[in-house]
Design a protein around this ligand. Structure first.
Ligand code: TPP
Ligand code: SF4
Length: 248
């Protein structure tokens, strides 16, 4: 009998450390599927962040490297320059990429480094107990904004795709979500396009994925999905913001 659904070869079959309803595991699987389908397992190197995905290397059967808070784009740059024919991706949360790592991501995009960034936006610092992130929504309650994020004192959610798409060096910038089978398929297509951008030596690509953190949103998994579909996408609309093939 032909198997129609199986674990990707690149995904290590191991108990998960992620919470129930977390989006990281789905995104790991998509990356593993793409690596299998493109047959690039031996050529791909990932950079793990400091957030909940700090252990991403336990799930993917590829070479991976760990970088300090916010520094994956800098480490990815170094590895890519030494190994220009390898496919290099960084995997980063919003605390990692949009707070302490904001300088790294802007300058990496501006230099047009030929790498792919997978940016997992769950609007909080998951690993360190749900503090406010640059991407926290206005009025969203977090550990450090118990009354809700206040625009006057805390600023508005930082829109990374919009910000990076005006930088000359960026070539493919898109935002997706993992709230439905259709959105998951779309996320996979966009991540694959990011990898293709790099393989065709077109330059910097970033795919932002809106992802649930039920634990620190203090919601059920179902409520978290609704929160993304009904609230988060108002601040972070899905779509392609820049495309070297000319669609944007
Ligand atoms: C240099 C450094 N500073 C601070 C920390 C503490 N720290 C670890 S994870 C984290 C937040 C991560 O949040 P995010 O990037 O949004 O990822 P998530 O856990 O939500 O997936 C922080 C502040 C650290 N590990 N290293
Ligand atoms: S704390 Fe949030 S981001 Fe971290 S594993 Fe749990 S659900 Fe996922």
């Amino acid at each position: 009998m032909e198997a129609v659904y199986k674990t990707p070869e690149t995904l290590i079959d191991t108990p998960t450390h992620y919470c129930p309803g977390c989006g990281h595991g789905i995104i790991h699987r998509l990356i593993a599927e793409i690596i299998d389908e493109k047959d690039i397992k031996g050529q791909t190197i990932g950079i793990a962040p400091v957030g909940c995905a700090v252990l991403a290397y336990n799930y993917m059967d590829i070479d991976m490297c760990e970088a300090a808070h916010g520094r994956p784009p800098a480490v990815a740059t170094g590895i890519k320059r030494v190994h220009p024919d390898k496919i290099i991706f960084s995997y980063q949360g919003d605390g990692d990429l949009a707070a302490i790592g904001i300088a790294e991501i802007i300058h990496t995009a501006n230099r047009g480094e030929n790498i792919t960034v997978i940016f997992v936006n769950n609007a909080v610092y998951g690993m360190t107990n749900g503090q406010m992130a640059p991407t926290t929504l206005i009025n969203q309650k977090t550990l450090t904004t118990p009354q809700g994020r206040n625009e006057q004192s805390d600023g508005a959610p930082l829109r990374i795709c919009e910000l990076l798409s005006v930088i000359d060096g960026s070539r493919f910038i898109a935002r997706a979500s993992v709230t439905s089978p259709q959105n998951i398929i779309q996320t996979k297509q966009l991540i694959e396009k990011g990898f293709n951008t790099q393989i065709q030596k077109k330059g910097f690509s970033l795919i932002e994925v809106l992802s649930p953190c039920p634990v620190y949103w203090r919601m059920s998994s179902v409520e978290s999905i609704k929160f993304i579909d009904e609230e988060m996408i108002k601040a972070f609309p899905l779509g392609i913001f820049k495309d070297w093939e000319g669609r944007n």
